[in-house]
Design a protein around this ligand. Sequence first.
Ligand code: UDX
Ligand code: ADP
Length: 464
Amino acid sequence: MEVKNICCIGAGYVGGPTMTMIAAKCPSIRVNVVDINEARIAAWNDPNVDNIPIYEPGLSELVAETRGRNLFFTTEVNKAITEADMIFISVNTPTKTYGVGKGMAADLKYIELCARQIASVAKSDKIIVEKSTLPVRTAEALRSILDNTGNGVNFDILSNPEFLAEGTAVSDLLNPDRVLIGGEDTERGRAAQQALVDVYSNWVPKDQILTTNVWSSELSKLTANAFLAQRVSSINALSELCEVTEADIGEVARAIGSDSRIGSKFLKASVGFGGSCFQKDILNLVYIAQSYGLKEVADYWEQVIIMNDHQKRRFAKKIVKTLFNTVSGKKIAILGWAFKKDTNDTRESAAIYVADYLLNEQAEVVIYDPKVTVDQIYSDLDYLGTRSSQENRNLLKVVNDPMEAVNNAHATAILTEWDEFIDYDWETINDKMLKPAFLFDGRRILDENKLKDLGFDFYGIGKG
Ligand code: UDX
Ligand code: ADP
């Protein structure tokens, strides 16, 4: 079967870039991306492509090429479902904030709503593709809803998790290490799987397209994120040991990363990992293990999160301790709010937790980030619920100019590894700051010796 019309439900960080790439590489397929969030769709349709809602290097150029040709963003969900042969579900699956599994399990209400909507609208057979990260065996629930509430049409369910990392979405989509497609082991299931293999084959070499059963595919996505996060927590755990032993975590990472069995990627010590996936997916894995009674498995993976929370708190505590055990009334500049460079996404960013800790210590916190909006920063803090939104606005300032952030600051902390921070005129920054000028590099992007020569009291994570 040849796919001619794709509908993607959810125009977020996964759905938006992925569908843009499919549209770019498959000009004969019409791709409709739908979302219930009207403002988000309006932003995707903004005549000025620089205003699309997601910042990713190279994305706006691709949108300019494809939008209106075979890529369309719309809020007409039912129409797009009706026309489609294949429907991707790319809605959000946040950690549950209520009821059973609160704080751990994935909240599948948006997925279920999609399934019910597809079932009630579809008048012809559809291939349904799980794109969002989902707990293993979600396809079972999807199948049950689709078959029991549908109009008697056939639904084939595939799992096709997205492995792109934010900040490098376009190049990850262009040259994926692998594409994973899980399908049901029936004649229809295999045909559906082949239809999606054919879509990706337009640009991905065949031997990089892996086909598995649905459950392996669902579980592999959770596991891939758990393994990556585990590496970050492992190197971060060692960063603390380095700080008390005069070892240097950068040197340790280089030494162990040269072992081809370990490999050099994902060994950068940091103030803690963030992003929408790692914490959520590990909590989900822990919850699944617990629900099967596998306590040791659950505890093993939970430690990755415990270590990450410790790292964020440890960094904030270090600032307070270094500043003579008090930051009350002291101005502290934070450079970077996004959870990593080259994205405007702030979900689970370490900066949120560090700022919250410092605000509890009554510091005057000033934030600068090149891509994150003021509203986003306040809404991230408000979401934590530590203090009222008015208090957050009184205590924390957001500025557009990094020089304003550091002016008269007691300390500057780098929490995102934006390239522009490396190129700053640190001599001028030192001049503007109060003395002693404390500099905390939570990403190890700056040259420690140079900054010490400039007179900074420098603290880089993972070095004694
Ligand atoms: C991750 C996975 O990489 C991706 O495959 C999956 O589809 C979604 O989750 P993402 O969250 O976008 O992608 O970013 P990633 O590059 O994995 O970084 C996650 C966090 O770990 C960031 O906060 C990053 O700064 C941190 N990190 C990463 C480190 O602290 N050290 C490292 O060495 C690598
Ligand atoms: P991700 O990082 O997984 O892409 P996002 O939160 O960026 O997550 O995007 C998910 C999108 O899905 C949001 O824009 C949200 O409005 C949209 N969405 C959620 N439920 C539905 C639904 N039932 N129909 C259409 N869009 C939905």
